[in-house]
Design a protein around this ligand. Structure first.
Ligand SMILES: NC(=O)c1ccc[n+]([C@@H]2O[C@H](COP(=O)([O-])OP(=O)(O)OC[C@H]3O[C@@H](n4cnc5c(N)ncnc54)[C@H](O)[C@@H]3O)[C@@H](O)[C@H]2O)c1
Length: 338
């Protein structure tokens, strides 16, 4: 193992991160930390990790890892990122990065002040279909992109694994909206203004579990981003993001079942873009699990002095501003300038 990491937060999702680190040549986890000792111990046992603990400060001071992977929920991020910045060279923080721009900017500043790299675990842009669409756009396959619709609608019981979501006021925007906004920024560039409508669809949850945002990008492109956690669909496409993107010379669609279609005046090309299921994975989560591995796969190059991991904490400030802007737009009915 070349680069040694510590993971903080041994909960539901980080099992994917641990399994993906286990597959990555050149990097690995040497210590796991959770304030609940039973969870830290279980991770150490399940993944064969030599060190486990309940106090991140102690563990980081002792192990001095090359990188720290923070997989806790949002309210703990600022304190943990600021702590990690004192003990390591690269910090990864799960999404949502922060609840406020103030906290997010403070984390970026704390890392910059020490010359520490900071990335946000925005794995959706690393999903195989999105990587394929991005490559087509960069190759000029449809000319300049002008319009995009991105849709994440399903009825999968997300509350079984993440019960805390049922209590969050703006759960659709803060849980998946930020992934979707990161994806549209990645494909169409930064946004300049947006409007948004939210809905409460599921009577069993406290917050808004659906939204639709209309976004203007700096390039002049327009995107419509929609999300619902309470749609009755058969087959249910969870966790696929479906999209249509239109350029001057063609259109790309990604339909349910990982079907990518490139439509141009000279014909239509269609191919499957389903990612492989990791050996430790399970369908339908393989789309997410493969994207976690792709995101984390950037780390050895970043720590070797190559390209920084994407997206960075600084880049994610713009995505967080979109989420907070969308909440404001939905509350007031106004169009928000970013
Ligand atoms: N990128 C994705 O695709 C994706 C998918 C699911 C969840 N997530 C995100 O992952 C994060 C974690 O979600 P989860 O469902 O695994 O939550 P979880 O509650 O199951 O796990 C979080 C763990 O962090 C621990 N923890 C909290 N504060 C700590 C601290 N200061 N020190 C040590 N341990 C601490 C908790 O005890 C808990 O075990 C959330 O922010 C969620 O939005 C991301």
């Amino acid at each position: 193992m070349v680069f040694r990491g510590v993971l903080i937060g041994c909960g539901f999702f980080a099992r994917n991160q641990m399994a993906a680190w286990g597959d990555l040549p050149g990097a690995g986890i040497i210590g796991v930390c959770d304030r609940d000792p039973a969870k830290a111990k279980a991770y150490a046992r399940d993944f064969g990790i030599p060190h486990w603990g309940t106090d991140a400060s102690d563990m980081l001071a002792t192990l001095r890892p090359d990188f720290v992977d923070i997989a806790t929920t949002v309210e703990s991020h600022r304190a943990l990122v600021e702590l990690a910045a004192q003990h390591t060279r690269l910090v990864i923080c799960q999404k949502p990065f922060a609840e406020t721009l103030e906290d997010a900017a403070a984390m970026v500043a704390a890392c910059e002040a020490r010359g520490v790299m900071l990335a946000v675990h925005e794995n959706f842009r690393w999903q195989r279909p999105i990587r394929e669409v991005k490559a087509l756009l960069e190759a000029g396959a449809i000319g300049a992109p002008r319009w995009l619709r991105l849709s994440f609608r399903h009825g999968y019981d997300i509350y079984a694994n993440q019960p805390y979501l049922a209590e969050v006021r703006d759960l659709a925007l803060t849980d998946i909206g930020l992934h979707l906004f990161d994806m549209v920024r990645h494909l169409l560039g930064d946004a300049t203004r947006l409007s948004c409508e939210v809905q409460k669809r599921n009577p069993r949850v406290a917050g808004f579990d659906a939204f639709q945002a209309l976004i203007r990008h700096g390039s002049g492109a327009v995107s419509s981003v929609e999300c619902s956690f309470h749609s009755v669909l058969s087959p249910d496409p969870f966790p696929e993001s479906l999209l249509q993107i239109e350029g001057d010379d063609g259109t790309i669609t990604v339909d349910e079942g990982f079907r990518l279609r490139l439509q141009r005046a000279d014909g239509v090309e269609e191919r499957g873009v389903e990612p492989p299921c990791p050996i430790w994975g399970a369908k339908p989560w393989h789309l997410i699990q493969d994207s976690v591995a792709a995101f984390q796969g950037q780390l050895p190059a970043a720590l070797s002095g190559g390209a920084a991991m994407e997206p960075s904490g600084a880049h994610n400030l713009g995505t967080l501003a979109m989420v907070l802007g969308a909440i404001r737009a939905a509350d007031t009915g106004a169009t928000v300038t970013l």
